[in-house]
Design a protein around this ligand. Structure first.
Ligand code: UD1
Length: 352
């Protein structure tokens, strides 16, 4: 029986491990174990997702919590190394995305000679002021197996010297999650409970340090968005909350709420006119749904959402012009809900 660790830490990770956990659980030859580092710990940032996705409690919970990047990364390395040495030695470590745990657990594992596979490998914003870009580059420089969502990611990895034998274009795991949850998302009354008509509201999310950590920058963004002539539902990330509290008055069309679970959030997105966000994953989900997305960033590590999909990069200055021209786009190859099946086949080849 092969032991596979699925590492998760923060909100965007839970939707990436969920379909893979369920797919691996059906196999007789392996035993998937969830390792939650505890980077996100608020109920609405963590447990709500375990509930939505029908995941069991994490097999190993590292309780790392908040801290500076170095603190969080170091604590995660120490705690995860202990799990591997003292509690459960995995045959394969699967890290996902680009959060601090992705970096920390891949380093801890490689230093004790454990094989590491990176799910969502090869994405690059080419902006090294983003903590996630450092996490992506370092993780990919030491991983053994690379599961990518799109061809641009394959090309980035090859340019960095990764042999193509180790790169598997598997598609986008987040689309598996959406397909798995589609019926529940459709049945959720979230947009109605906010009193919205279909396609008559905007969903806003903001949490990138570059947009929210400086009060004046956040204030500028919020006031610009406030000029839009539609209701805007804004589930507020804990990182954003701190500076938002000092911005008074807030625009009248802005409806603040706590972070939402996956099902309610996706119900709102699916029924929105468009989305304004600085998230990574939302660029992909909106592309799949054909919902226009305006991403408040200079760069994206997911260029396919712009070239093929419904995503556009915008700035505070040009936002009001750009939203006049939403685009529908189409769905990139292999974003078909079968990515976890392809990963299971890849793991079988690796381990058998
Ligand atoms: C992290 C990821 C980012 C991802 C995002 C999704 C890194 C470097 N960043 O950023 O890639 O897009 O998650 O949400 O890994 N906090 C709470 N409760 C929680 C979690 C956090 O109050 O449950 C607070 C923390 O104390 C901290 C702030 O929110 O002050 C930011 O949390 P942190 O986990 O450091 O990074 P995120 O900005 O969430």
């Amino acid at each position: 029986m092969k032991t596979i660790h699925l590492i998760c830490a923060a909100r965007p990770n839970f939707m990436k491990i969920a379909p893979l956990y369920h797919a691996l659980k059906k196999e007789k030859w392996c035993n998937p174990k969830i390792v939650h580092t505890g980077q996100h710990y608020d109920y609405q940032m963590s447990q709500a997702f375990f509930n939505d996705f029908g995941l069991p409690p994490a097999h190993y919970y590292l309780n790392v919590g908040s801290g500076t990047h170095a603190e969080q990364t170091a604590q995660t390395m120490i705690a995860y190394e202990k799990v591997c040495l003292e509690a459960s030695k995995p045959d394969l470590v699967v890290v996902v995305g680009d959060v601090n745990a992705t970096l920390a657990c891949s380093i801890a594992a490689k230093k004790i000679h454990l094989p590491v596979a990176h799910l969502e490998a090869g994405l690059r914003s080419f902006d090294r002021t983003m903590p996630e870009e450092i996490n992506r580059v370092v993780t990919d420089s030491i991983s053994d197996y690379f599961w990518t969502p799109s061809e641009d990611a394959d090309e980035n990895l090859k340019k960095e010297g990764i042999h193509s034998d180790h790169i598997h274009l598997v598609g986008n795991i987040m689309i598996d999650t959406y397909c798995m949850m589609k019926d529940k998302i459709g049945a959720s009354g979230a947009y109605k409970s906010f009193g919205f008509q279909k396609k008559a509201c905007i969903v806003l999310t903001l949490h990138r340090p570059a947009n929210v950590d400086v009060k004046e920058t956040l204030e500028n963004v919020i006031h610009k968005i406030g000029e839009i002539d539609l209701s805007i539902i804004f589930p507020v990330h804990p990182r954003t909350r701190k500076n938002l509290e000092h911005i008074q008055p807030l625009p009248q069309n802005l409806i603040l709420c706590e972070p939402l679970g996956y099902i309610d959030f996706m119900n709102l997105v699916s029924n929105s006119a468009y989305v304004i966000s600085d998230s990574g994953g939302i660029q992909e989900e909106t592309t799949y749904l054909g919902i226009p997305c305006f991403t408040l960033r200079d760069t994206t590590e997911r260029p396919i959402t712009v070239t093929i999909g419904s995503n556009q990069l915008v700035s505070v200055e040009n936002l009001l012009d750009k939203i006049k021209y939403p685009k529908a786009g189409s769905i990139p190859p292999l974003w078909d809900g079968k990515t976890s099946e392809r990963i299971v086949r890849s793991i079988k080849e690796i381990l058998q």
